[in-house]
Design a protein around this ligand. Structure first.
Ligand code: ADP
Ligand code: 5GP
Length: 192
């Protein structure tokens, strides 16, 4: 798929603050739109179908894999699949908007490779591993089992930090949000 615009990819270990940063940017910039991923994980109470994710059964997900409907997909946690639909990329570009992705480190690597200089890949990093664990626990969205599998994965995900274009340390939230704005304004050459 050839780039028809620019894309910004946010990636990070679970709990580092991707959703918080991405939601802020989408509220602030009308010209950005979110690539709604497909997933087989259970919906959280505050999430909406077709807004946060397309929630699919494993069978539905596999059918889309077989039909070549994904730009990339990963089994992010054992038995839980996530993927970027080509139709999302088309939808957003056909509206003349720029795309924001929130994907895991492997998905971010694939999307960056695919779009090259048309993509800015930002790795969001917690100030420390303990802060990340505290935030993830404090969010209260995961079962004990899911929490454990996310924390186990974090150490490996943190080793990816230097593979992306920018690192954004998420310590004081207001500072992080300003830095994120500056990064994307610079990349997309906008004035707010
Ligand atoms: P991710 O999407 O990367 O899993 P979230 O954006 O859901 O992470 O953030 C995880 C939790 O940490 C949420 O409860 C969020 O409100 C909180 N959080 C995010 N950034 C900060 C910050 N800078 N300081 C304190 N809490 C934060
Ligand atoms: P969560 O379950 O917390 O919403 O997301 C878990 C992880 O899956 C996060 O790292 C998130 O960025 C990642 N993720 C969400 N959508 C996609 C996707 O389409 N592709 C890939 N590779 N990862 C995704």
């Amino acid at each position: 798929m050839k780039p028809k615009g620019r894309v910004v990819i946010f990636t990070a270990p679970s709990g580092a603050g991707k959703t918080t940063v991405v939601r802020h940017l989408l509220r602030k910039y009308e010209n950005l739109d979110f690539s709604i991923s497909a997933t087989t994980r259970e919906k959280r109470p505050y999430e909406e179908e077709g807004v946060d994710y397309y929630f699919l059964t494993e069978e539905e997900f596999r059918t889309k894999v077989d039909n070549g409907e994904f730009l990339e997909w990963e089994e992010v946690y054992s038995g839980t699949y996530y993927g970027t639909l080509l139709s999302e990329v088309d939808r957003i570009w056909s509206e003349g908007k720029q795309i924001v992705f929130d994907v895991d480190v492997k998905g971010a690597t694939s999307i960056k490779q695919h779009f090259g200089d048309s993509a800015l890949a930002v790795f969001i990093k917690p100030p420390s591993l303990q802060v990340l664990i505290d935030r993830l626990t404090g969010r209260g969205t995961e079962s004990q089992k899911a929490l454990k599998s996310r924390i186990e994965r974090v150490k490996n995900e943190l080793t990816y930090e230097h593979r992306f274009d920018k690192i954004l340390v998420n310590d004081i939230l207001e500072v992080t949000l300003k830095e994120a704005e500056m990064m994307i304004e610079d990349f997309l050459k906008w004035n707010s």
